[in-house]
Design a protein around this ligand. Structure first.
Ligand SMILES: C[S@@+](CC[C@H](N)C(=O)[O-])C[C@H]1O[C@@H](n2cnc3c(N)ncnc32)[C@H](O)[C@@H]1O
Ligand code: SF4
Length: 367
């Protein structure tokens, strides 16, 4: 029986939809959230009959949506399905408006030891423009409360390349960010996702995309600045203090197995990648029939698995990828073109590869 060591749990509720976001999230009442959690527990039970869930979990990740909307009791019920201890990395994504000091202390009591707080920016006008429900002062207060509650591993999410954002505005954000001294930082350039308010405003001409050169300068500035403040740039969008890399997210980049549960959650078990239903109705109906709520399945061949090793592996900037025979020639030529740096008997991404990652990685598709 396949043993499960890592689990992702999706909580698809948000108090309000942000203008740029297309993650699966709904506005849920307390009773809808309660109902959802009961189905989630049922899904985990079905998995526990199919796979071995009795091993100590290495990582558990509550992602969303806004998992911090869940009442403590619900989190407790979900966690009771797993075996874990203080060495398990248990992360919960937090929107600053949805927690207080009591909730944070309860998280610690439950064994949750890592927070990922959605800050996005410290600029109050931009926070409003993004449709966030908190201001920058509230976000900073939650960070300080989390430290007081005993959290020693805190990650902050920031966005850049926002419409009308200047380099100076970004520099201000970064100063405030490092002043808080988080252990980990995820920093994403705005993606114009179809179906969002931002996307509609872009199409109607109300908003404009950031100029490519400015976006590249911003990214280069972020890298240099955060490195100068002692952060390791370990993945394209992720920085951390030594020893605080996200163990859970590294599973995705290292192409390791994980269980994914919840609405629209993805998972990778044995050689199967799967994705759950996107609509609650389908998710519930399937579980009512005691069937796993899987919408899409992809069975990976050995070749597919090898290809993934490059597609996701090169995202980890300090991990040496040793190519097999089939990919050696490709890597040699990408090295000649300056996209890769030779290390021991393998390769890591160069600065050029990092700046032109999409062009670079397209070389590994349909090879
Ligand atoms: C699913 S959210 C979880 C955090 C929590 N829901 C919150 O927003 O506070 C994960 C992160 O993805 C990023 N994100 C969401 N939509 C994005 C987009 N369109 N472009 C770039 N980053 C995005 C944001 O930084 C966000 O904090
Ligand atoms: S960014 Fe976070 S809070 Fe905003 S809609 Fe997306 S998941 Fe919800």
């Amino acid at each position: 029986m396949l043993k499960i060591y890592n689990t992702y749990i999706h909580i698809p509720f948000c108090e309000r939809k942000c203008n740029y976001c297309d993650f699966t999230s709904l506005k849920g009442t307390d009773s809808q959230i309660e109902k959802y959690v009961n189905y989630l527990l049922k899904e985990i039970d079905i998995y526990s009959r199919k796979y071995d869930l009795s091993e100590k979990q290495d990582t558990i990740y509550f992602g969303g949506g806004t998992p911090s909307l869940l009442p403590i009791d619900n989190l407790k019920k979900i966690l009771s399905k797993f075996y874990y201890d203080k060495d398990t990395e248990i992360t919960i994504e937090v929107n600053p408006k949805t927690v207080d000091i009591n909730k944070l202390k309860e998280y610690r009591k439950l064994g949750i030891n890592r927070l990922s707080i959605g800050i996005q920016t410290f600029d109050d006008d931009n926070l409003k423009f993004l449709g966030r429900i908190h201001n920058s002062q509230e976000a900073i207060e939650v960070y300080n409360m989390a430290r007081k509650s005993g959290f020693e591993n805190i990650s902050l999410d920031i966005m850049f390349s926002l419409p009308n954002q200047t380099l100076t505005m970004l520099q201000n954000d970064l100063e405030k960010l490092v002043n808080l001294n988080p252990n980990h930082i995820s920093i994403y350039s705005l993606i114009w996702e179809e179906g969002t308010k931002f996307f509609r405003d872009l199409k109607s001409g109300k908003l404009k995309e950031t100029d490519n050169d400015l976006e590249a300068s911003m990214y280069e500035y972020i890298i240099e600045f955060l490195k100068s403040k002692g952060y390791i740039h370990y993945e394209i969008s992720n920085f951390s203090k030594q020893g605080f890399e996200s163990r859970h997210n590294s599973i995705y980049w290292e192409n390791k197995n994980y269980l994914g549960v919840g609405l629209s959650a993805a998972g990778y078990l044995a050689n199967v990648r799967y994705k759950n239903f996107f609509h609650l109705k389908d998710y519930y109906e399937s579980l009512n029939r005691n069937i796993l709520p899987i919408d899409e399945k992809e069975i990976l061949t050995e070749e597919d698995i090898e290809q993934y090793r490059y597609l996701v592996g090169f995202r980890l900037l300090n991990k040496i990828i040793v190519p097999n025979k089939k990919y050696l020639e490709k890597c040699v030529s990408l090295h000649k073109e300056g996209y890769l740096i030779e290390r021991e008997n393998g390769y890591i991404l160069s600065h050029k590869g990092l700046m032109l990652f999409n062009d670079f990685i397209s070389n590994f598709i349909d090879i």
